[in-house]
Write a new protein. Structure first.
Length: 332
């Protein structure tokens, strides 16, 4: 944790909340061919990405299974060897992702490398925004909009409720010059931010869930994470076939487990069962987080198991998963 974050006291009320996200990493893609190279590797339309916005994207195997999901955004215009694009990914798979992508650069003028940038999640209620913006500057409000400010890059994150959320990406220098911001913030645990990500239906692939899901089964196509009009990328044929043939019978749903003893961070990849139809698993946990006395989960399952299924974690008689609505529709 950076000293800036350590200097912020825990204040649960009356101010915006900041959660240092040390389990995330930002990488940079630089070089004259960087955008074109990643356009041919990811599910997103990289070359069409607006300069004032960020987008979700996936990186797949040739069989269409996700090796990573990432939030990506264009860098400010600069020299050919300057960063052209940034990506936010989970720390536990970042190095393997960069190594694999770099294998396919070949003669392209592109370089991928981890950055030392710091990542935090900032959450504010409508009454706390004014004090936050007085210190940080005018912040983007619509999900996926982005602003480059003296304090760093701010990306508006989707939210399942009325609160406003941002990913804040900053350098050491930017944090050191943000003392005024510290006074407008209260320190919160990372799990609290992760739980809000899950409620918003944002699917983060981790090392435990690599090569398991296709983009549609984690709803990536429902939240602007897949372009069906761009050219080829690894797994594109599988992803497109599922889309155009209407064969998506599995989706990602959200739920909670009322058991504070369960450690959410250890659940990714675990099987989900339907107690009304014991036997084979009906799905798997995509991601989970423990916060405020409960466990929030995103899980992939058959559409038939929703909403009436008696869903359980790990076994047909395991802890009950209470399904809840996502902020977007998952049914045709």
């Amino acid at each position: 944790m950076h000293a800036f974050h350590s200097s912020i006291p825990v204040r649960a009320e009356g101010c915006a909340q900041i959660a240092p996200l040390d389990d995330f990493l930002v990488f940079a893609a630089s070089g004259a061919d960087a955008l074109g190279f990643l356009h041919g590797q990811l599910t997103q339309d990289v070359t069409g990405l607006p300069r004032d916005a960020a987008r979700l994207a996936g990186y797949c195997t040739a069989k269409g299974r996700l090796l990573a999901t990432l939030v990506m955004w264009r860098a400010a215009p600069g020299a050919d060897d300057a960063p052209q694009l940034y990506g936010l990914v989970r720390q536990d798979l970042a190095q393997a992702l960069l190594k694999r992508l770099s294998m396919f650069v070949l003669r392209a003028k592109a370089k991928l490398a981890a950055t030392p940038l710091h990542v935090a999640g900032v959450t504010a209620s409508a009454t706390d925004v004014a004090a936050l913006e007085a210190a940080a500057g005018a912040l983007p409000r619509e999900p996926w909009q982005r602003a480059d400010l003296p304090s760093g890059t701010w990306i508006a994150a989707p939210s399942a409720d009325a609160r406003l959320r941002w990913w804040w990406i900053a350098s050491d220098e930017q944090l050191e010059q943000s003392a005024a911001l510290a006074g407008a913030l209260g320190l919160a645990p990372a799990a609290q931010w992760h739980a809000a990500d899950l409620a918003a239906g944002i699917p983060w692939i981790t090392a435990a869930t690599q090569d398991v899901f296709i983009p549609q089964t984690v709803n990536l196509d429902l939240i602007q994470g897949v372009s069906f009009t761009k050219g080829c990328y690894p797994g594109q044929e599988v992803v497109a076939r599922s889309h155009y043939r209407g064969t998506v019978k599995r989706r990602m749903a959200y739920g909670t487990i009322a058991d504070a003893a369960i450690q959410g961070q250890a659940l990714a990849g675990m099987d989900v069962y339907d107690a009304s139809q014991p036997g084979e698993p009906t799905g798997r946990i995509v991601d989970a987080a423990s916060a405020q006395g409960a466990v929030s989960v995103l899980f992939e399952t058959t559409l038939a198991a929703l909403p009436e299924g008696d869903l359980r974690l790990g076994a047909a008689d395991g802890p009950r998963i209470a399904a809840a609505a996502l902020p977007y529709s998952i049914t045709p």
